[in-house]
Design a protein around this ligand. Sequence first.
Ligand SMILES: *[C@@H]1O[C@H](CO)[C@@H](O)[C@H](O)[C@H]1NC(C)=O
Length: 346
Amino acid sequence: MGLCAWLILTVFFHEVTGTMVKLNNGGFEDIVIAISPTELEDHKIVDNIKDMFKEASNYLFYATNQRFYFKTVKVVIPSTWTTKPEYKRVSKEFYEKADVIVADPSLKYGDEPYSLQYGGCGEMGRYIHFTSNFMTNDSLQDIYGSRGRAFVHEWAHFRWGVFDENNNDAPFYTTGINMAEATRCSTAITGQNIFRTNTGATRKCKFEYKAQLYEGGCQFIPDKKQTTSASIMYMPSLSSVIQFCDEKNHNTKAPNMQNKMCNFRSTWEVIMESADFASSSPRSVPPPSPTISLLQTRDRVLCLVLDVSESMVKVSLYFSVLRGKNFNGKLWNGAGRGGRGFQQPV
Ligand SMILES: *[C@@H]1O[C@H](CO)[C@@H](O)[C@H](O)[C@H]1NC(C)=O
């Protein structure tokens, strides 16, 4: 047998990667949410995605003074799941364009939703990350808010480049002699400063006069019943919260990412400066429910095979279409910023 070398090149047909989202009269179209092939088949994920977008569209609409809503959504189901006749077949490049991924928990955030933001204030993020546990386990909604509300919080990170108004690393800041406030927006959010001991018992936090702050480990636990409507980038899980902080109620003193990255401007002011805002106007009637279509990937892989022997050089080109193989896992490994740690309200 002659010397035989096989050179197999796997070439993926990439179009330009990145979002396909279009804004049309305030309606976001062609949002792609892709379920990772690492996730076990569970149709509750798909059902809950549908419900999430319905709720999110309505919540976003009123949070933006009747300006934006979600119009069409494409759910990408992995090729590893059972095929159904209603699924439209698409190539795996859809993964590269996904705005939202449902994938394994990240080391840093676990089941907490997050948006990969690597730009500055007002810049778009790369994607929103949910875990399948977040999509199916209803008890997580007590912590992060209903899935629709949590999605709007993440969408504001992802689409408009605004940041969290809470800060786990700096939960309090000094406001005067022997006075400290919880890092939050707006300051009208009421709550208790609670310290949880090793045994799980709770007590009021002690004030440390040297640091002019509450003791380490002290947490601000918002009251469940609130009257204030802001803010979504602080804690959308509070039922009264239906708005972003704006120039009137924004807390410029809070040591949080929003102030740091956006020069002490409110999230709503940043959103108002976006291209989306400039190209839209409020609508007087409620938007239609989002149209959600289901797609399933059919991986298209081009194999180029070179056969080189001693006696002659024969170049054979084989083009083959493989299915369900060679998933490029790159997209699912990102660890990012923009996540948030919410304390559960009491
Ligand atoms: C749901 O999530 C909670 C909180 O993380 C966890 O304790 C519980 O075991 C989960 N339930 C299921 C069915 O996975």
